[in-house]
Design a binder for this molecule. Structure first.
Ligand code: EPZ
Length: 419
């Protein structure tokens, strides 16, 4: 297994460009199944999760052309000739649940393993299955896989019991080809959702309200293919801003959409961050950080995906704060590895930790449990004195393309060692 070796304490300088968003690319890779026509995806992030999703499409029979230099992926879904998703691939990719709705809507059935959970929590799919039933589908469940089928999908009224990002996206996609009107309530409002709806509407869908808590979809018989541009990754952008603050460095985070970072920016500024916010960039300057408590919340609140790097930043801030991870029950356990480095973090319960700072961190041998905790360990190694080794970096490559090359360019001392 590859690992990263990091020598800490190196100041950073220069610019780092933000990649296309994993959580935007994964959705178009599912939504394109709704049409037999070709889909051209631009600004594509070549990371483990998106390459895994492409592999699922290829196993279904779709034809895929990849142009890494231009960051373009062209997919021909007309060749899809299977309705059963590859077991191994599905179990590695939680977001493979996104394929179920479009497969059901286009082919009338889909069979797949329960998608992989991940370290951050159980990741149930009850809301998806209840949603498919609301459209009139039948569900056959066995211990580890399920099959959804329907002669015809009828428009449904779905009130989500919890705000779910992929649940909102999955039901929105499914409704596009259902007969009649669908109303979705208590929807997620993450920026990736209206971006997806705009694409589908350009292809002939009739979606209104995406990006708000109520989405209405008028079903149509078919939609065309089209060209989709992946938006900049707001979580990667936020992570790089926190990195600049941690390293007390002046860096420019380019190709980002600052307003997509939601509450993270005002909270960092409340904690003393000295930031220059441009139209498509953010500049960090050395800042005296003070502890500010946060609770994670659906967009535009403080994003749960930005919680791990922010938690690390608070170990270097002056004072005491509480980090309340309200969305996932397993997303704070990584902090025990920060404690081994010297951080002063007390876990109150799986959802809350108390941090006292600042404390000096010392390099250690760490293991990445999931992609957001994994990138946080990279930042911790950069912050710490001495050498840090990070194992299981597949869980970082899942979401951050060529991350060590990009960090080396702005002065980090990090190298990938192939085992
Ligand atoms: C999306 O996951 C993102 N993934 C996650 O990013 C992100 O952390 C999460 O939204 C919250 O912002 C993608 O977009 C591919 P949820 P998702 O459904 O949709 C519960 C990353 O690091 N729930 O919004 O799977 C669930 O347990 C990943 O890039 C049910 O109970 O998250 C959670 O408590 C991690 N039943 C809450 O809803 C269901 O059927 C919100 O989860 C579905 C979800």
């Amino acid at each position: 297994m590859d690992k990263f070796i990091i020598q800490g304490g190196k100041k950073l300088s220069g610019s780092i460009a933000v990649n296309g968003a994993k959580n935007s690319a994964l959705k178009i890779l599912a939504a394109l199944i709704l049409s037999p026509d070709k889909c051209v995806i631009k600004n594509f992030p070549f990371i483990e999760d998106t390459l895994g999703a492409i592999a699922i499409l290829e196993k279904l029979g779709a034809k895929v052309e990849i142009n890494r230099e231009e960051k373009i992926v062209t997919i021909d879904p007309s060749k899809i000739n299977k309705t059963e998703l590859d077991d191994l691939l599905v179990r590695r990719l939680r977001s493979s649940i996104l394929f179920a709705g479009p497969m059901l809507a286009r082919f009338g059935k889909v069979k797949m393993y329960h998608p992989g959970g991940c370290f951050i929590g159980r990741r149930p799919i009850d809301i998806f299955l209840d949603g498919f039933k609301a459209f009139g589908a039948d569900i056959k469940m066995s211990e580890d896989e399920f099959e959804v089928s329907a002669k015809e999908l009828k428009g449904a009224n779905i009130f989500f019991p919890k705000i779910t990002v992929t649940g909102t996206e999955a039901m929105m996609m499914t409704a596009v080809l259902a007969k009649g009107k669908t109303i979705l309530q208590n929807c997620a409002m993450e920026p990736e959702i209206p971006v997806l709806a705009d694409y589908l509407n350009k292809c002939g869908a009739k979606i209104k309200g995406a990006g708000t808590s109520i989405i209405e979809i008028e079903g149509v018989d078919k939609i065309s293919g089209g060209e989709f541009t992946v938006i900049p990754d707001r979580i990667e952008a936020g992570t790089f801003v926190i990195m600049g603050l941690l390293m007390q460095s002046e860096i420019k985070i380019e190709n980002c959409i600052p307003e997509h970072l939601g509450a993270l920016i005002p909270i960092l500024q409340e904690a003393g961050a000295n930031l220059e916010i441009g139209n498509d960039y953010i500049k960090t300057k050395p800042s005296e950080m003070k502890a500010v408590s946060v609770m994670t919340h659906e967009y535009p609140g403080f994003a749960t995906d930005a919680q791990p790097p922010y938690t690390l930043l608070m170990t270097q801030a002056h004072g005491q704060c509480i980090i309340h991870e309200a969305i996932f029950e397993g997303r704070l356990f990584f902090t025990d590895q920060l404690v081994t480095m010297g951080a002063n973090i007390i876990m109150c319960d799986p959802h809350r930790v108390v941090i006292n700072g600042p404390t000096k961190l010392f390099g250690k041998k760490l293991t990445s449990p999931d992609l957001r905790a994994g990138i946080t360990m990279v930042l911790a190694g950069m912050t710490a004195e001495g050498q840090t080794t990070i194992e299981n970096i597949y869980q970082i490559d899942r979401g951050y393309e060529k991350i060590e090359e990009r960090l080396q360019k702005i002065g980090a001392d990090i190298k990938r060692v192939k085992e």
